[in-house]
Design a protein around this ligand. Structure first.
Ligand code: SAM
Ligand code: SF4
Length: 474
């Protein structure tokens, strides 16, 4: 369908920059943090309210170790009560590393002569997707540099190619995209290709710091990036993934700015972010980052817990940039999505030998376990690995919001769908020991379901999958 701007309500008003660094610093400088305040704020979040900027500033300014423990416990409780114990899994697929920008932290930046530049051909994409399907992946996020060759039509074509690949019982059921901001027409083009979430990380919401790290190329325009989700929303692309690259500027400021961005989207479009990502800077070939704002493990876990409480209806994504131990600890505080079996070297999923190589990737990852190992570990810790894509395919967009606000949503949809995808995984890909652990958790979870009629229906579907049917969901 051809893009017709008149079909959309496109208002200039929404494009007015809404991040004011002085305003954010005023909140931070004026917020004290007493035990009484912190406890009241945690309770407000547990009563299903998104927190205000003032409230988030109080949490961010909390330094008393006992109160920080209470914040973490609050996040843990919110996660347990609202989201249950499932963990959605995905893998990134890098399509190409040509880039016109010069982000000083990134191995793909245009001035990095050490980077081997590659763009996957259609045949190579098919091979990569087959390799990903062969280990059980069902959800991908496509990533790439910003380059004139990678326009919306190119990305939309890649998305269609990915969806078309079927290997054995494998298929990719949700393709998310992490790529440069587009204009309205571009967003409409990728929406029509059936993408799930469109992720764009602001990197830093501090304009001066942004200018320091993005000196040239289209990405040097702070406001164009900041208003990207307004354009996406205008054309009905309403699954938006926010993110900050932690380590460029003061993490406390960035957490408040993420909440400010959320307020903006809620006020203008009545919808908050679908997900928030919080990558920390990792080693990259030829990177040049000032270490003043690098975030310690302690602050990292604290900021995840604060984000969980601040935006309780939003999914939180923690990637393989982090070592498995940090990932393990952070899971409890509200992370809902993890990547597993990640390889960042372009074209490497289909290679038999694999070694990390900064000259072929954007940055170094620190959790290089296979998908099977990640699943094994999740099962050991009583998490249900989930490849669920039901809401997106049933048109239930804003699913995190529903999980959070619709009573019984998790029991009715998320847990059973997670179990059904786990049964598929066990049937098609699991080793005997993972299968055994998986069945134990499936049986325990089914046993706990209270609604007998529903339980019978779920058991029926599990049996059907055992008999060879696939892709059953509620
Ligand atoms: N080129 C697109 C853009 O800049 O919007 C896509 C982004 S890239 C595929 C995904 C993200 O990786 C970036 O937005 C950035 O936050 C993150 N990243 C870049 N360099 C990194 C590094 N050295 N360590 C950790 N994350 C990094
Ligand atoms: Fe290019 Fe994105 Fe890397 Fe910046 S972060 S150099 S835009 S790939």
């Amino acid at each position: 369908m051809k893009f017709n701007p008149e079909r959309y309500r496109i208002s200039d008003e929404k494009s007015v920059p809404f991040i004011d660094a002085d305003e954010i610093w005023t909140y931070l400088n004026n917020a004290s943090s007493t035990a009484e305040q912190v406890r009241a704020i945690i309770q407000r979040s547990l009563s299903k309210n998104r927190l205000s900027l003032e409230e988030v500033a109080v949490l961010v300014n909390t330094t008393d170790p006992l109160l920080i423990e209470e914040i973490k416990e609050g996040a843990r409780e919110l996660k347990r009560k609202v989201y249950g114990n499932r963990m959605v899994l995905f893998a990134p697929l890098y399509l190409g590393n040509l880039c016109q920008n010069n982000c000083l932290y990134c191995g793909f930046r245009s001035t990095n002569k050490d980077q081997h530049r590659v763009t996957l051909t259609k045949e190579q994409i098919i091979r990569e997707v087959e390799a990903l399907e062969s280990v059980g992946q069902k959800r991908l996020v496509l990533s790439l540099g910003e380059h004139k060759n990678y326009d919306a039509a190119f990305i939309a074509d890649c998305v269609r190619t990915v969806y078309s690949v079927k290997k054995g019982n494998g298929e990719i059921r949700r393709v998310n995209v992490n790529a440069a901001p587009m204009d309205h027409e571009g967003f409409e083009t990728v929406r029509q290709a059936g993408i799930g979430t469109y992720q764009i990380f602001q990197e830093t919401y501090h304009p001066e710091t942004y200018a320091k790290y993005h000196k040239s190329g289209p990405k040097s325009d702070f406001n164009w990036r900041l208003t990207a989700f307004d354009r996406a929303q205008d054309v009905g692309l309403d699954d938006n993934g926010f993110g900050v690259l932690f380590g460029l500027y003061d993490w406390r400021y960035e957490v408040l700015a993420l909440v400010r961005h959320t307020n903006h989207l809620e006020a203008c479009y009545n919808v908050g972010p679908h997900t928030i990502s919080f990558p920390r800077i990792k080693d990259a070939s030829s990177m040049n980052v000032d270490d003043r704002y690098l975030v310690s493990d302690e602050d990292f876990v604290k900021l995840i817990a604060i984000l969980r409480l601040a935006v309780p209806y939003t999914g939180l994504i923690l990637t393989a940039r982090e070592p498995s131990l940090v990932r393990k600890e952070a899971l409890d505080f509200g992370v809902s999505q993890l990547d597993g079996g990640t390889k960042l070297e372009i074209g490497s999923y289909s290679e038999t030998e694999h070694q990390q190589d900064l000259k072929r990737e954007q940055f170094k990852i620190n959790d290089d376990r296979s998908l099977a190992e990640v699943i094994d570990d999740l099962l050991d810790n009583k998490y249900i690995p989930s490849f669920c894509t039901a809401c997106y395919r049933r048109g239930r967009t804003g699913e995190h919001f529903m999980e959070f606000s619709v009573p019984g949503f998790i029991k009715r949809f998320c847990t059973p769908n997670a179990l059904l995808t786990l049964v598929e995984y066990i049937q098609d890909y699991a080793s005997p020991s993972v299968a055994e652990k998986g069945w134990r958790l499936i049986n325990e979870t089914v046993e706990e379901l209270e609604d007998d009629k529903f339980k019978i229906e779920l058991i029926k579907r599990i049996e059907k999958i055992k008999q060879g049917e696939r892709d059953l969901y509620f």
